[in-house]
Structure formats: C-alpha cells, structure tokens
Design a protein around this ligand. Structure first.
Ligand code: CA
Length: 462
C-alpha cells in the first residue's frame, strides 16, 4: 500500500476514565459538565458500551501497544519503587509496525511500560516522546512536607527522539506542571500532525491526556469553567482538548483520512479526593468489577466505521492492534501470540456481532475471572481498589443483564452453571497458548525472548 492511501491514526487515550463521566455514557451534565464535543463525536462513529481495558495503567498500555494480554509481556502490574520493568526488545508495538510502513509516530504523555535503556517509547517505534516516565501521582511529591528531593528523588517531564538514547529531562513534574501538561501535549501534537500532513507522510499520534488521573485539578485554561468544581472543570478540559484536536484535523483537511479513537486506559479512579464514577456499573479500577472491565471507547473512521453505531458487544483493548493495522494495510506479526482480534467488519456494521465472545481478566498476576457474552465468572471477591481480595470457594456466575450491579453471588432461579463450559473453554485456550509461548516474567532482561527460555514460565494461578 502506498503512503497516499494509508490513513493517519490518532489515539486520544484518557487516564482512569470511568463509565459514568461523559454525557454519551449517562454522565455529562449529571457530573456538572456538558461534554458536548465528545458526545457529538460519539454519533459520528461507533460507541462501544462493552469495551474492556485491563485493570491497571501499565497492563492496559502494554496490551494496547502489543495486542497481547499484559500477563504475556510481564507488564501485568504497575511497577512500584524502581523495580525493573517494561517491554522487552522482542515485543512489536503498534509504533514499531507503523514505523516500518513509513509512518511518523509520536507519543505525548504517559508511557509507563519501561523507563530504562531500550524500553523507552523512542526504542519502540516512536520518533518523538514528550511526557513523564511513569505516573502522575509523582507530581504530588513536592507538596508533601516529608519529601526531600535530594534524598527521595525527583520526577521529570522528559523529551526523547528516536536514535538519541535516553530522553532529556525538561522540567520537574510538579503539581502545576501536571495541571497544565494537557495544554502542552495538545500544542505539540498539533504541530506534529501539521508537519506530517505537510510532508504527505501518514502519522500515528498516541495522545495520552493527564486527566482523569489524580490529582484531578483543572489547568489554568479551564479553572472555574464549569461552575461545578474541579472535577467538572476537568471533564470540560478533556472535552475542549479533544475538540481542539478534531478541529485541527478539519483545518488540515485530513479528518476523513484519519482513524480517531477516543478511549480510556482503565476504569474510574477510587482515591477519595479524586474519585470518579463507573456510572451504571459498580466498583473501581484495580478490581474485576464491571466498572473496572469497561471504559468508554469511541471510534471514527469515515467510510469504514458505521456512523451512529452503539453496541454492547464485547471488544477488548488488544483488538485495536490488529484492527488498526488492518486499516493501515500493515502486517500483523505472525511469530507470536496476539490476543487481539480484527474488529473491522463489526465496526463497519457488516455484522452485528463482535469477533470475540469474551476474555480473561487479571488483576496483577492473578486471574480474577472470565467474561463471556453477558455473563461473567468471578474467581475473586473485591469491589473497590482498597478492598482485600478474597478467593471464592466456587466461581461466581453473574448475568450482567439481570444483575448489572453484581449484587447476587448466583442467580437462584437459573444458576447458569452451563456457562462454565464456555468459561472453561476460554481458559483452556489461554493455557494452551501459554504452552506454545511461555509468559515473559515481570522484570525480564531486555534481550529476553520467550521461546528461547521455556523454563522461564512463571506461575499463572489459573
Ligand atoms: Ca490509568
């Protein structure tokens, strides 16, 4: 495929976006913020009601970039306290593949799947990276009376370029820098898209907004904009920044040739001062509850995605990998397990059914359950982030159509135990795939290749 025919790709990836925040998902004015631009965008393409991220920031980002469950890549948990982590060199990210097909690739905002030599975004296909190495909570350090920067370390916003080694420290990641980082990312993304469009080179812009990750405090630009407090101001900021990027595509005359995906990386934040909402669904991120297993996802690609489509079919974040690479005319790697399935026909409206029936879900290294159509098999009881997980003596089967709040341990009228056949089938398929390609352990060396070390397979607790 020649570059003239290849579409651009813009991901607008929102941190910790609960299902109850946006107007098109039953939030909006109920949250004090009319998210009119996002809601209007939803009607221009496909709106997913059952789009599954993974349950934490790092695993979701790993799954999105590789098309593989994070457990396969050793990125199943958010890294804590400087332990080695991240993608091994063997992994092929979306940007690795698109770079080989002539794309300009940029990442703005959080990466969170490697902060050491060989694991930066600029080592995995991105020409440009501007963002923090890890998580935004580090911007709160400087507000903490017990923090001493010379003793405890300092987090920075970084800028990196492909082929130039370690990214450069631009400035300390302070509370005010975090608040206004979205503005910086928008300006940089607009300049990058304009430059590529002018050259006639297709681009992949992976835009990671710093909202709705704590601290959820609006930028100078949006402070007081809603009249309903910080949270609503933040929602208006998201809406405004997304609208600004859409307007930019229009101004460049490339809206029709650009795949735009607006989506979250996981469910709603739970920490008290920055608590989000899963809306219709119960629970928080870092759990196996539906609020953790769903996040908004809107896809627009004129002529390829059905306008006005709204669906409760199961779609998984790994599906974006083969789907986007299908649209860009790129080859999906065949030398490794890819969990994502191609959803192009489903999104085009050619069929009403998703290309997948369900998926396994983990929290950290532990299998928490399996979803299959409107049913869920839970293996662990844990509602919110800080609740202690409890192993269940018998799998809990939930029919999400009759018990969306997941209040009953079992449907006493029907029991639904026949669904265990389907759950067992999905688990068996995963276990078979692990025999074919061992899981990469967390913290594996950069040059680790899974098939070369079959004995390296960690416990999967399945
Ligand atoms: Ca997140």
């Amino acid at each position: 495929m020649t570059n003239e025919r290849r579409p651009n790709v813009l991901f607008f990836f929102v941190d910790n976006l609960g299902m109850g925040e946006l107007g098109c998902y039953g939030g909006g004015v109920l949250r004090g913020a009319d998210t009119a631009r996002i809601d209007s965008f939803a009607r221009d393409g496909a709106q997913m009601l059952n789009f599954a991220p993974e349950s934490q920031c790092t695993p979701s980002r790993s799954a999105l970039m590789t098309g593989r469950h994070a457990i396969r890549s050793g990125n199943h948990s958010v890294p804590l306290g400087g332990q080695p982590y991240g993608l091994v060199a063997w992994e092929r990210t979306l940007a690795d593949v698109l770079t080989d097909d002539g794309y300009d690739c940029a990442l703005y905002g959080k990466w969170h799947i490697g902060a050491s030599e060989g694991r930066w975004p600029t080592d995995h296909g991105f020409d440009v990276f501007y963002g923090p190495p890890e998580s935004y909570d580090q911007c709160l350090w400087e507000t903490d009376p017990w923090y001493q920067p010379e003793r405890d370390g300092v987090s920075h916003l970084l800028e990196g370029f492909k082929g130039q080694g370690e990214p450069t420290r631009i400035k300390q990641l302070t509370y005010d820098v975090k608040r206004n980082a979205g503005r910086e990312y928008v300006d940089r993304a607009k300049a990058f898209m304009a430059s590529s469009a002018e050259k006639g080179t297709p681009f992949f812009v992976h835009f990671n907004h710093p909202l709705m990750h704590l601290p959820n405090v609006p930028s100078d630009e949006y402070r007081g904009s809603s009249g309903h407090g910080d949270w609503a101001d933040c929602l208006l900021e998201l809406d405004g920044h997304f609208g600004e990027l859409l307007d930019h595509l229009d101004d460049l005359g490339i809206a029709d040739s650009t795949i735009v995906v607006f989506f979250g990386d996981n469910g709603n934040e739970e920490q008290l001062l920055h608590r989000g909402t899963g809306g219709y669904w119960s629970g928080s991120y870092f759990t196996g509850m539906e609020a953790s297993l769903r996040t908004p996802c809107l896809v627009r690609y004129p002529g390829h995605v059905k306008e006005g489509m709204v669906s409760n079919e199961v779609v998984h974040i790994t599906d974006l990998y083969p789907t986007v690479l299908g649209w860009t005319g790129s080859d999906v790697p065949t030398d490794r397990i890819i969990d994502g399935v191609d959803q192009r026909e489903f999104l085009a409206g050619t069929t009403d059914e998703s290309a997948r029936e369900g998926f396994l879900f983990w929290n950290g290294p532990k299998l928490f359950g399996v979803k299959w159509r409107n049913f869920k098999m839970g293996l662990v009881d844990q509602k919110d982030f800080w609740d202690a997980p409890k192993d269940l003596i018998f799998p809990r089967i939930i029919n999400l159509e009759t018990d969306p709040q997941e209040r009953e341990p079992v449907n006493h009228r029907y029991l639904h135990t026949w669904t265990l056949n389907h759950f067992a089938r999905l688990v068996a398929a995963f276990e078979k795939s692990v025999q074919q390609e061992p899981l990469i352990p967390m913290g594996a060396p950069l040059d680790h290749v899974p098939n070369a070390e079959p004995s390296a397979q960690p416990e999967t607790r399945t």
